[in-house]
Structures are given as structure tokens and as C-alpha cells.
Design a protein around this ligand. Structure first.
Ligand SMILES: [Zn+2]
Length: 222
């Protein structure tokens, strides 16, 4: 009888979630510049590593395998990293259109026009519904922890005009985002905060905020 129980329970305990974290941009092509002239790539890398260590040390997650793709990666490398994964999550920090940004005395871009997180999925990804499911899970957890979405990507201006499919959760559809449409698994691009905004940039460095984000990302495997 005891053996039967072990056999029945094994598949439940054997379940594990494979998460591919994609560090947005590369050291050379670093993405946006923050309000203190820091490079976006470094924020993306720090947050990705924080999610990994939070999973191992604070949550003691044994049911989630996390791989991190970093460095001078090509798009092909990024697509490959999504093969056989449950979720491909590209981590970024956000900016806004030039007309809303001023340069401060140090020549760094600066604006409080937009603030908050956003999540993107592609209708051309093979696993659109699952991608949406995970984006919703992450956004709901962020909201529960007091974070707010930014809606500025939906504005009817050049460079934005994105399709906001869930205003409350800050989820957009962006069909032709390359990493999302070509990923071989469900895929979400996460903008953790708007780092040309000094308030958001300070939060992006704050360990409590980073814990909250890690907690939200790791809610996908519950
Ligand atoms: Zn980016």
C-alpha cells in the first residue's frame, strides 16, 4: 500500500517549472539611459540575478529551474534559450518618447511623465494564451504588492500606439516584438519601471521593490 502512494505522488513532486530569463539588451547595445545616466542593461542584469537568488534563498523554490541569458547575446541565442521552457521572460527597464524628456545639469535624461511597470505579449507567438496567462499572474501579484502599471505606451503618438488589452494590469499586445514572436515557448516582455523617471529609478535599485518583483515573477510556478 505504501508503495502505491509513493508512485501516485511522484508525478506531483516531480513537476518543475522551467523559466528562461532573458536579460534585455547587451553590454554594448545597452538599451535606454536612466535619469542618472546609468545603462539599462545593468538594471536588467541586476534584476534578473535578484530573481534567481530570491528563488533560491528567500523562497527556497525547488520546483522552478531558472536559466539566465546575459552578455553579448544575439537574437538567435535568445530564441534558442526558450526551447523546451515553460516561460521565456525578457526583463527590461523602460523609457518614454523624446518629447517628454529633458536633460538635467549633468546631461542625463529626466522626466516624471510616466511611471510604473508594463508587460508585453505577442499575438504571433505560438503560445499566445499561455503567454497572456503568465503576464496576468505577474501583473496581479505586482498590483497586490502595491506596484502600479504605466499606460503611456497606449498613447496615440508616434513610437507608442500599443494595444493595451488590460488597462488594470498594464498588459499590452505587441505582435512584432522580435523576441516574443520568435520564442519557442510562451513569452512575456516585462518592463519593470521607467528609469528615466528619477523616482522609478530609485525604486529599481531598492531591494524591497526588487523582492516584490521577484515574488511576482515567481508566482508563475504556483
Ligand atoms: Zn529595454
Amino acid at each position: 500500500m505504501k508503495n502505491i502512494f509513493i508512485i501516485l505522488l511522484m508525478p506531483i513532486f516531480a513537476f518543475s517549472f522551467d523559466l528562461a530569463i532573458d536579460v534585455g539588451h547587451t553590454p554594448k547595445f545597452f538599451g535606454t539611459t536612466s535619469s542618472t545616466c546609468q545603462q539599462e542593461y545593468n538594471y536588467n542584469l541586476a534584476l534578473s540575478k535578484h530573481v534567481y537568488s530570491y528563488a533560491k534563498t528567500k523562497m527556497k523554490k525547488t520546483n522552478i529551474n531558472i536559466s539566465i541569458q546575459e552578455g553579448e547575446t544575439t537574437f538567435e541565442d535568445r530564441y534558442k534559450s526558450s526551447i523546451n521552457k515553460d516561460l521565456f521572460l525578457s526583463i527590461h527597464h523602460d523609457a518614454m518618447q523624446e518629447q517628454f524628456i529633458k536633460k538635467d545639469v549633468n546631461g542625463c535624461p529626466n522626466s516624471n511623465y510616466a511611471s510604473g511597470f508594463s508587460l508585453f505579449i505577442s499575438g504571433k507567438n505560438l503560445y499566445y494564451e499561455k503567454s497572456l496567462h503568465y503576464a496576468k499572474k505577474i501583473a496581479k501579484s505586482l498590483l497586490l504588492q502595491g506596484l502600479k502599471p504605466t499606460l503611456h505606451h497606449a498613447e496615440p503618438i508616434q513610437g507608442e500606439n500599443r494595444q493595451l488589452i488590460d488597462k488594470k494590469l498594464g498588459i499590452y499586445v505587441f505582435d512584432d516584438l522580435k523576441v516574443l514572436k520568435n520564442a519557442k515557448s510562451p513569452a512575456v516582455l516585462f518592463e519593470a519601471g521607467v528609469i528615466v523617471n528619477p523616482i522609478d529609478e530609485a525604486k529599481a535599485k531598492d531591494k524591497i521593490q526588487m523582492d516584490k518583483i521577484a515574488n511576482a515573477i515567481l508566482s508563475i510556478s504556483k
